[in-house]
Design a protein around this ligand. Structure first.
Ligand code: FE2
Ligand code: FE2
Length: 244
């Protein structure tokens, strides 16, 4: 079963990782959801597919009142990212979903309408959760043509969507990367194939290396923390991507 683990806590400002599910059926790619809470307001990043909605919902309900989840941040349009949207709307019709403006008219095929979907401009924008101010950071072509990451300067957390993802062996369910060199071998094939643009990747590495990041939190696999964050950015910078 999934469970929510606090990965940052400062007063009423918290981040939870609903990450690594040892019980997931093997036909589903494992996904990480993250919950940002500030006071009585919460935002959920990449809530996942409809298949895992009950697991995510019950893990989340252990730590926050689910009615406090008023916003969803979708890094991009994939089914493992946002196909649960209709179920979240059934629970709370007032929920709002931030996604690239490119996907505004595609995502309603999963559910939601003009009111639900808030299209983000290419350059990104500021998001507010309670008193916390977060930044949607552009990451276009990594891997989607309209793609965003979410940075919290107070928590020093970058939610990086599919960037940093690793397809780990089934018995490896650790929350954090322990041995970078061993870990990155499970990330390489994914990045080479799924990341489409070397130019976009270089630009992202340059921008993101200027941010203070203590935890880089991908949508699949373990979280990079401390020195492993820069290790990952440097590794990604060197990697040739966009090859089948
Ligand atoms: Fe994806
Ligand atoms: Fe993904």
């Amino acid at each position: 079963m999934k469970k929510a683990t606090a990965i940052f806590e400062e007063g009423h400002h918290r981040w939870y990782a609903i990450a690594r599910d040892p019980m997931r059926p093997s036909f589903l790619i494992d996904t990480n959801e993250y919950l940002v809470q500030s006071g009585h307001d919460a935002l959920l990043t990449d809530p996942g597919g409809m298949e895992i909605f009950p697991t995510v919902f019950s893990a989340l309900a252990e730590v926050v009142d689910p009615t406090q989840v008023r916003q969803i941040f979708a890094s991009h349009q994939d089914p493992d990212v946002i196909s649960s949207l209709a179920l979240w709307i059934a629970f709370n019709p007032n929920i709002r979903c931030h996604i690239s403006r490119l996907w505004e008219t595609f995502i309603p095929h999963f559910g939601g309408d003009k009111q639900t979907l808030i299209g983000m401009p290419d350059e990104g924008k500021e998001l507010h959760v309670g008193v916390a101010q977060l930044q949607a950071v552009s990451a276009h072509y990594l891997h989607s043509s309209g793609n965003f990451h979410l940075y919290d300067p107070t928590a020093k957390i970058l939610f990086s969507g599919d960037v940093g993802a690793a397809l780990l062996p089934e018995d490896d369910n650790a929350l954090y990367v322990k041995d970078f060199d061993r870990h990155i071998a499970y990330a390489k094939g994914f990045h080479v194939r799924w990341m489409g643009s070397n130019q976009a990747k270089r630009d992202w590495c340059e921008r993101v290396s200027k941010l203070t990041i203590e935890q880089l939190c991908p949508q699949h696999g373990a979280i990079y923390r401390g020195a492993d964050v820069m290790r990952f950015i440097n590794w990604f910078d060197e990697l040739k991507v966009g090859m089948a």
